[in-house]
Design a protein around this ligand. Structure first.
Ligand code: FE2
Ligand code: ZN
Length: 530
């Protein structure tokens, strides 16, 4: 690469670089905004003034170039910068400067001095070093999901190869709530929910929800000072800001952004105004396992506000605890990439997680799984049963209300996801805290009675009391159509809870005893009946 090869002219460049490297205030800047304002102290837009030996001033021209995340800015005051495609292009930079300064001049790369943050330190470069940095950075980012360069290039190419949901029976598109209900029943999802549903007109879902702008205002107004963790998507970091600050960041005009932010962590059920303003869809209220149980603690996963800037990609994952999800788009546009949670696909997913974020092992293209994509727009609601492995790309700034819930028709997949989380050592922040107590309560409060009931034949009613014949064999649940499924789930749940029981807490050897006894009795009945 020969960008600035002339030794005489290069002296000028070295002079400029040395000049800024000698300025303590510039070099001690914490970020590029601060660096730019410090650099500006020494320059009048593009000239730096010096004193010669006779005390006369003379100018040297310097085109300062600040590389800041996804943008490059010049040294003109209030420069908004241009989109940084990690490539040095003299034409782009010169045209940008012309626009900022509103005049034309002779451009020379020997006048360029570039600045960037390198591990929290300011680095000053000539144009050749800048071009080399961009090249290395492109190569580095291409290996990282979801860095800026990977998302802008490899992701879009990959996305084009993924087929839509048309013709795949796992996905059902419904015009409205009535069609959703009809299709849900017709495809036998009620007791074994496995398909994903898109509802185009959400008005009949009997949910309550303010519009996107109202939601943003509420986040500023109610508990606006609460600290929330969010994601700096391209940097892969997790900064913290108050709700107010985050809404402000979200509203940054696209042309001024130096990063892309995503917030998937705002559960708002404990803020009264949100609890009153957001009512879950009737479908969810009716099906939520937790709603049917007496529990000491409910998990806080009912109401999330998801706020995402355009360009964000969330890599493949299962929602925590294998929870099912409702997802209502208030603003923006997102594409879901979906993989059915078959045992084979989950095994491959676990494997891919050993090398999370490395493209050499990326789940999206290195494991031969069948992926489908569906794009959701404002007004639509998406219902996804537990366990589905998915990634999400946001095309336009999005505001979403969503909630997670355990569904009794997804218990197997919930347990399977829990095992997966154990295996990939998912962090506590990405898990449902009350997973074991909830599933224990479900077994005890909902299934145990049915299993015990099968131990006896009811002989008759005598003086208003049931007369039970304990000498009878009892009934084999496998042969009773309405008990068969209960028995399968009971067995599976018991084996699971027995495996994950602890000493202390809610799921222990001791608390499992009544279920263990019922299990043994039923197994005895079954061995005698077969
Ligand atoms: Fe998710
Ligand atoms: Zn500019």
């Amino acid at each position: 690469m020969m960008l600035i090869g002339d030794p005489e002219k290069r002296k000028h460049t070295e002079f400029l670089v040395k000049f800024f490297r000698s300025k303590n205030d510039v070099m001690k800047s914490q970020d590029m905004t601060e660096a730019a304002s410090n650099v500006h102290k020494y320059t009048s837009n593009r000239d730096i003034q010096f004193l010669n030996r006779e005390g006369k001033t003379f100018n040297k021209t310097a085109y300062c170039c600040f590389v800041d995340g996804t943008r490059v800015k010049c040294s003109f005051p209030n420069c908004k910068g241009y989109e940084n495609k990690l490539k040095w292009d003299r034409g782009t930079f010169y045209n940008h400067m012309k626009r900022c300064q509103k005049k034309e001049y002779k451009f020379s790369e020997y006048n360029v001095v570039a600045f960037r943050m390198n591990r929290k330190k300011v680095q000053v470069m000539n144009v050749q070093q800048l071009a080399e940095y961009f090249k290395e950075e492109r190569e580095r980012q291409l290996k990282i999901v979801p860095s800026m360069y990977w998302t802008a290039t490899a992701f879009h190419k990959w996305s084009m190869t993924i087929p839509g949901i048309n013709g795949d029976d796992n996905f059902q598109t419904c015009a409205d709530a009535a069609e959703f209900q009809a299709k849900f029943e017709r495809t036998d999802q009620t007791s074994d929910w496995k398909k994903c549903f898109v509802v185009q007109d959400s008005s009949g879902l009997e949910m309550l929800c303010p519009d996107a702008e109202a939601i943003l205002n509420m986040l500023e107004l109610h508990d606006g000072d609460r600290q929330r963790r969010f994601i700096d998507v391209y940097a892969g970091t997790f900064p913290v800001a108050t709700q107010k600050e985050f809404v402000n960041l979200f509203r940054t005009p696209v042309k001024e952004r130096t990063a892309v932010f995503n917030n998937l962590d705002m559960e708002v059920s404990d803020i009264r105004e949100f609890k009153d303003a957001i009512g879950l869809p009737k479908f969810v209220r009716n099906r939520s396992m937790v709603n049917k149980l007496k529990l000491r603690n409910r998990p806080m996963v009912d109401r999330y506000i998801l706020i995402t800037q355009a360009g964000a990609f969330t890599d493949f994952h299962q929602d925590f605890g294998g929870t099912s999800v409702w997802f209502h788009m208030l603003r923006g546009k997102k594409t879901f990439f979906l993989v059915e949670p078959t045992e084979e696909n989950i095994k491959k997913f676990e494997k891919s997680q050993e090398h999370a974020t490395e493209t050499d092992y990326w789940y999206g293209d290195k494991y031969g799984v069948n992926i489908r994509k569906v794009t959701l727009e404002a007004g639509q609601t998406y219902f996804m049963p537990g366990g589905w492995i998915h990634a999400v790309y946001t095309h336009e700034d999005a505001v979403v209300v969503a909630g997670s819930f355990f569904d009794e028709a997804c218990i197997s997949r919930q347990l399977r996801t829990f095992r997966c989380e154990e295996k990939i050592k998912a962090g506590n922040g990405n898990r449902v805290a009350k997973f074991l107590p909830i599933h224990f309560a479900y077994m005890e409060q909902k299934l145990l009675k049915a299993v015990k009931g099968a131990h006896f034949f009811i002989c008759g009613i005598f003086k208003n009391a049931l007369v039970l014949d304990c000498n009878n064999n009892g009934s084999d649940m496998r042969s009773l159509p309405d008990k068969k499924q209960t028995w399968i789930i009971f067995q599976e749940l018991y084996a699971f809870l027995d495996e994950f029981k602890k000493t202390g807490g809610e799921v222990t050897e001791e608390t499992l005893k009544p279920s263990k006894k019922a299990l043994d009795v039923q197994i005895g009945i079954q061995s005698r009946s077969s």
